[in-house]
Design a protein around this ligand. Structure first.
Ligand code: NAD
Length: 522
């Protein structure tokens, strides 16, 4: 019942049960392809969200240790940047295979530390794996351009690595988000300092082991731990040229402004409040399955969760059936057979979600389905909340304005598709949205007029595959969305464009007088 330990140096083994761990080990950091125990005296306890039993302690690393990680990445960059992209591609092929071979270990660590079900955790790994798979196409994406700009002159462009880059990750996708960064940052010739979420770094530690096995040279990927202090260290380290951040608005807006003020490139994907609009002509059964899966899957802790339902016209009459299907979902420990949703990440998160539900009650909404207090008998001490549906919500209510990040679906009624578009566009977030309709022209009107990064047409969670890019909008992405993760924009983020103009022979080579004028076109 226990999967193999990550490596001798990673003392942590990943059980496939929620049983109490007899001997709790501290999470090591990863430096020069070695797992190292921090010398700090400050640790962050990491409890299993299903039981609140201690799983590991995550170090708040010392400044000296974090500096050593940056120095190692700087040193590694000197030779890594001079490797050919074909060499890096071979390492990436091995990394891809190793992720596939270790899918179950990665998923088990996610279920244990993050809480999502084992089946869903495999999806977390898969969506990251796909970014690594797409990254092997980098030789094509790194090609520059060349143009003969005059009869004796040509201009070429090159994409060169930036140097040491850093990634700061959230808790909700412990494998996928590190894998949005590791493959693209490294295949483009950068070296990477990765800071996983202090709430679930286990998957990143297994990925570190795979980095080593795949043949990445020492220091190309280093993993450091900690919370705000570690983030501040990254923001201020002069050697770090770029930062990739995924997480909430409070941290992300701070990181974007302080990182940018320090002259770094920053890409930052932030919070969300994703709306689904449903039209009376939609396929009702497909819609109900879609919204229930997308609102409550992963206990609503996906940045692309459909947390807000905009019911156009008589679709409000479908609410009892939505509630019935949501009620049938099984809330249980993520390793349990048949579990549909696991616990939320922490006691604090549970309290915040319950508080937001109580504000809805006070502000006049109806709790159609109440998941509060729904602990499975086997796990009384976890952070449990079942599917919750709040109806008769209006845009002024707190539960509408704030990102809940739990298994809570907030429902509003409108009369027309235009009302739905206006409502959605008035919301300050713009990560993703979906429309359910059989009408091509209604879908097209929605697509043209909606202000959101990812749009699903009869698709509940339209996260783009890695040959595209993850495109947020409005408050869901910092810097107006100028830089997005993976795909061609991801390659662009991690590379510096260099443009070279060369003159190989010229009539001027024999002229006796220098020209002082700007050249004119011939
Ligand atoms: P978070 O912002 O609390 O934490 C993210 C990272 O920032 C962590 O590594 C954490 O250590 C650090 N951090 C947290 N608070 C900080 C602070 N005040 N100063 C400096 N660093 C800080 O996010 P989370 O709770 O781990 O993740 C959930 C959030 O992430 C949700 O808002 C969700 O919508 C968002 N998210 C967005 C996307 C996207 O692509 N738009 C994807 C996944 C998650």
């Amino acid at each position: 019942r226990h999967l193999k330990p990550v490596a001798a140096a990673v003392a942590q083994s990943y059980p496939t049960t929620h049983e109490k761990i007899a001997k709790v080990e501290n999470t090591p950091y990863f430096l020069n392809n070695q797992f190292v125990q921090s010398k700090t005296d400050k640790y962050i306890d990491l409890p299993d969200p299903a039981t609140n039993n201690l799983v590991t302690r995550v170090p708040q690393m010392t400044d000296a240790e974090m500096e050593a990680a940056v120095e190692s990445a700087e040193l590694a960059f000197k030779s890594w940047k001079n490797t050919t992209v074909l060499h890096r591609q071979q390492i990436m092929f091995r990394f891809v295979q190793l992720i596939k071979d270790n899918m179950d270990r990665l998923a088990a660590s996610i279920t244990l530390e993050q809480g999502k079900t084992f089946a869903d955790a495999k999806g977390d790994v898969l969506r990251g794996l796909q970014v690594a798979e797409a990254a092997v196409g980098a030789p094509e994406l790194l090609k520059g351009e060349v143009l003969e700009v005059a009869k004796d002159m040509e201009t070429r462009s090159y994409r060169e690595p930036l140097g040491v880059v850093a990634a700061i990750c959230p808790f909700n996708f412990p494998a996928m988000i590190p894998l949005w960064c590791i493959p693209i940052a490294t295949i483009t010739g950068n070296t990477l300092i990765l800071k996983p979420s202090e709430r679930d770094p286990g998957a990143a530690m297994i990925l570190s082991e795979l980095v080593q096995q795949a043949g990445f040279p020492d220091g190309v990927v280093n993993v450091i731990h900690g919370a705000h202090r570690t983030v501040d260290f990254i923001l201020d380290a002069p050697a770090i040229k770029a930062i990739s951040f995924v997480g909430g608005n409070k941290a992300g807006e701070y990181i974007f402004s302080r990182g940018s003020a320090n002259g770094k490139r920053v890409q930052a994907n932030l919070g969300a409040k994703n709306h689904a609009a449903v039209l009376p002509d939609a396929n009702k059964n497909h819609f109900i399955n879609s919204v229930v899966g997308a609102a409550f899957g992963a206990a609503g802790q996906r940045c692309m969760a459909l947390s807000t339902l905009v019911m156009v016209g008589e679709t409000k009459e479908w609410l009892p059936e939505i509630a019935e299907r949501a009620r049938a979902l099984q809330v249980n420990g993520g390793f349990e057979e048949g579990a549909d949703l696991g616990p939320v990440i922490s006691k604090q998160s549970l309290e915040r979600i319950e508080h937001l539900i109580s504000t809805a009650e006070k502000e006049g909404a109806t709790i159609l389905l109440d998941g509060r207090g729904q602990a499975p008998a086997k796990y009384p001490d976890g952070n449990w909340i079942g599917p919750t549906i709040i109806t008769n919500v209006t845009p002024e209510m707190t539960c509408y304005k704030e990102e809940i990040f739990g298994p809570v679906l907030v429902c509003l009624n409108v009369e027309t598709i235009d009302d739905a578009i206006e409502l959605i566009n008035n919301n300050e977030y713009g990560n993703g949205t979906a429309i359910f309709t059989r009408s091509g022209s209604t879908a097209e009107t929605f697509r043209r007029n909606i202000e959101a990064g990812q749009i699903g047409i009869n698709v509940p969670i339209p996260v783009p595959l890695p040959m595209f890019s993850f495109t947020g909008n409005k408050k869901s992405i910092a810097g107006g969305g100028a830089s997005t993760f993976y795909g061609r924009p991801g390659i662009n983020f991690y590379t510096q464009l260099k443009t070279v103009t060369a003159l190989w022979q010229s009539a001027d080579a024999v002229a006796k007088k220098a020209s002082v004028h700007m050249p004119t076109l011939q």
